[in-house]
Design a protein around this ligand. Structure first.
Ligand code: SF4
Length: 309
């Protein structure tokens, strides 16, 4: 897939990739599998990343009933619909291999399931877990989403990620080696107040050099019950306006390979969780507005990308 100035859309969304891959729309089913995270359970840290509040982005909460969660989601669709299960909350490879096998198998046994998207961290990918994922990738589309958030070690330290950029690169290399059919995605965040616009745009180029298939770009949002939220309440720091975030996201995408699909480029939460910026609660149509902005400014994903040789 290569986008050009005349392509239908300026952004190559993941949804579009799924239609190309499965020749039909594929719907996401979010599942909370009751996992935890080493940056929260004490094995690495207890506070978690400074911006993290899983309830602020995950509609589902673990209730011990994965089957029920899936049944409730699937019943809204006609028989024959295709689905991707999204294990989003916490680190969904952070458990024993038998336990992970049980969960992944249970999820994929539902009719219409064509794959798994698994959110995790670079330090939760032991060799035996990668072998397990490789097994599932023989029959299913398996996408591993490894959070990075920033290409700056200083930022990763300041937000208490508990890993470095080198740890991320190392994890990517191991996934490619030990589970070659597993697809890879990462998440990046734009808006940490100590980072600069040129660095965010350059991140599009750095992401292009990675062997990833999908990327999620997030605007920084400050939410309740987080260390960042407490910091903001003590002393508000500058947060990107909608216009500035849109402009920077468009420039980032112009640097990004047109072959990397976009899972999303906007983070939303409800007023109940949101501290700042206020525009986020009113911006559910952000993707459409971003595409309009890009068209108007003759930008498209990959316009300035330099692909790895
Ligand atoms: S953002 Fe992810 S890695 Fe960080 S504390 Fe939350 S669940 Fe853990």
């Amino acid at each position: 897939m290569v986008l050009s100035a005349n392509s239908r859309r300026p952004i190559f969304f993941y949804k579009e990739y799924l239609v190309q891959r499965f020749e039909a729309p594929v719907y996401k089913v979010s599942i909370d599998a009751g996992m935890t995270c080493p940056n929260r359970d004490g094995s690495l840290g207890v506070g978690g990343c400074s911006y993290c509040s899983n309830p602020s982005f995950s509609k589902k909460a673990y209730d011990g009933e994965i089957d029920l969660q899936i049944k409730q989601s699937l019943q809204r669709y006609p028989v024959g619909t295709k689905f991707i299960a999204y294990l989003q909350s916490y680190s969904n490879t952070y458990a024993s291999v038998p336990h992970l096998r049980e969960i992944y198998t249970k999820v994929l046994n539902f009719p219409g399931m064509v794959g798994l998207n698994i959110g995790t961290r670079p330090d939760c990918l032991q060799d035996d877990v990668l072998s397990l994922l490789n097994e599932f990738s023989d029959k299913f589309e398996v996408m591993l989403e490894i959070g990075l958030e920033s290409f700056s070690d200083d930022t990763l330290r300041r937000v208490n990620r508990g890993h470095t950029v080198a740890d991320f690169y190392n994890a990517v290399e191991r996934v490619k080696k030990l589970s070659p059919k597993v697809k890879l995605a990462t998440h990046l965040m734009i808006g940490f107040p100590w980072e600069e616009e040129s660095f965010w745009v350059e991140s599009g180029h750095l992401a292009t050099q990675l062997p990833i298939d999908m990327l999620k770009l997030h605007n920084l949002i400050v939410v309740n019950k987080t260390a960042l939220g407490e910091e903001y309440k003590r002393q508000a720091f500058p947060i990107l306006s909608k216009e500035n975030y849109m402009r920077i996201a468009a420039d980032f995408l112009a640097q990004l390979s047109p072959q990397i699909s976009i899972g999303r480029c906007f983070a939303y939460t409800t007023a109940e969780h949101l501290i700042a910026p206020a525009w986020v609660a009113e911006a559910r149509s952000f993707h459409g507005e971003l595409e309009q902005f890009m068209r108007k400014n003759q930008l498209y994903q990959g316009k300035f990308s330099i692909l790895p040789t």
